[in-house]
Design a protein around this ligand. Structure first.
Ligand SMILES: Nc1ncnc2c1ncn2[C@@H]1O[C@H](COP(=O)(O)OP(=O)(O)O)[C@@H](O)[C@H]1O
Ligand SMILES: [Mg+2]
Length: 304
């Protein structure tokens, strides 16, 4: 891991640092990131899937030389999965040994609930005072966790500490950089949001998407990249169940390169729609005449 880098001093410096690590931010995001770093507040990013929310945490870790600790949220996630768990198997073993050695019961109990028997999960790791540099803590897709789980997070988000009943309160020496993401399949509770700076991550405009593509798939010829971006921007104006994100733009570009496509033509588009759209209803809606109409617009816009 590289050396920890000091925090950027201005919004411009934040933007430059993100760009230097191939993340193309909009001004509002650079501002939110800058403020989150300066004010030591968690950053809550909400938006459509594939718009660069998870990536921002990865890029922050990279550009600031911090380790990334990731908590992927899922249904049924609880304290034991997210923060800590007592190592029952080791505790049992210790009890057996203590019985044999006739160790005093009070001493044994105290020992059983010492850090030696504690299994650290992501949240506890992130605030462990023994961390040499404060890490980036990514709490990813919080909307997938059950609502009660959010209550566990409050103490971590506001005080960067966790209270373990048997052990006491564990607090970070220096707060970690915390990024929370949600794809908004449900609303996250106000109490969580209130502790964070909030930013909605929208789809990029054509210029920014082209810039992202130039950085993420540099081998794509410029003419093709423009057509790809314009076609996808057109798709996003349609009434579809799931609109393609930047992840899909990148994936489609790579697919088209694999197929040696130099320009978009109807056959190639129709045959590769599955890279962009993941619902049969959406594909059926676009395939054929709608795709032809979009392509027509793209060609009209790129004709010189
Ligand atoms: N602003 C951006 N600049 C550069 N790459 C981006 C940007 N936004 C998204 N990407 C790329 O798009 C892909 C999907 O992003 P991701 O962070 O996984 O989306 P999300 O977490 O919002 O679903 C990643 O490969 C990422 O590198
Ligand atoms: Mg994500």
């Amino acid at each position: 891991m590289s050396e920890a880098v000091s925090l950027p001093a201005t919004i411009d410096a934040t933007e430059a640092l993100l760009l230097a690590h191939d993340y193309v931010p909009e001004r509002e995001l650079s501002t939110a990131v800058f403020l989150a770093l300066r004010l030591q507040r968690p950053l809550f990013l909400e938006g459509e899937p594939g718009t660069g929310k998870t990536q921002i945490a990865k890029t922050l870790a990279e550009m600031l030389g911090r380790p990334l600790i990731r908590l992927q949220c899922h249904e049924g996630l609880d304290l034991a999965g997210a923060a800590y768990e007592w190592n029952y198997a080791r505790q049992m073993l210790e009890i057996r040994l203590a019985e044999r050695e006739q160790i005093d019961r009070a001493a044994l109990t105290a020992d059983l609930f010492s850090p030696r028997f504690l299994i650290q999960r992501a949240l506890l790791q992130a605030i462990d005072p023994a961390q040499p540099v404060p890490p980036v803590l990514l709490i990813d897709e919080l909307d997938r966790a059950d609502e009660p789980f959010e209550a566990f997070l409050l103490e971590v988000l506001s005080d960067f500490q966790i209270t373990i009943p048997e052990l006491g309160t564990i607090k970070a020496l220096q707060p970690p950089i915390v990024v929370l993401t949600s794809n908004r399949t449900r609303e996250v509770h106000d109490a969580v949001k209130r502790r964070c700076l909030y930013h909605w991550v929208g789809f990029p405009d054509a210029a920014r998407e082209l810039e992202i593509l130039a950085r993420r798939v540099p081998q794509a010829p410029q003419a093709l990249a423009r057509q790809i971006v314009l076609f996808i921007q057109g798709l996003r104006r349609l009434d579809l169940y799931k609109l393609p994100g930047i992840a899909e733009t990148i994936e489609w570009s790579r697919a088209l390169l694999e197929l040696d496509a130099l320009v978009l033509d109807p056959a190639t588009v129709n045959n590769t729609l599955g890279v962009l759209l993941k619902y049969q209803d959406d594909i059926a809606k676009v395939q054929g005449s709608e795709a032809a109409r979009l392509l027509e617009q793209v060609h009209a816009a790129t004709r010189v």
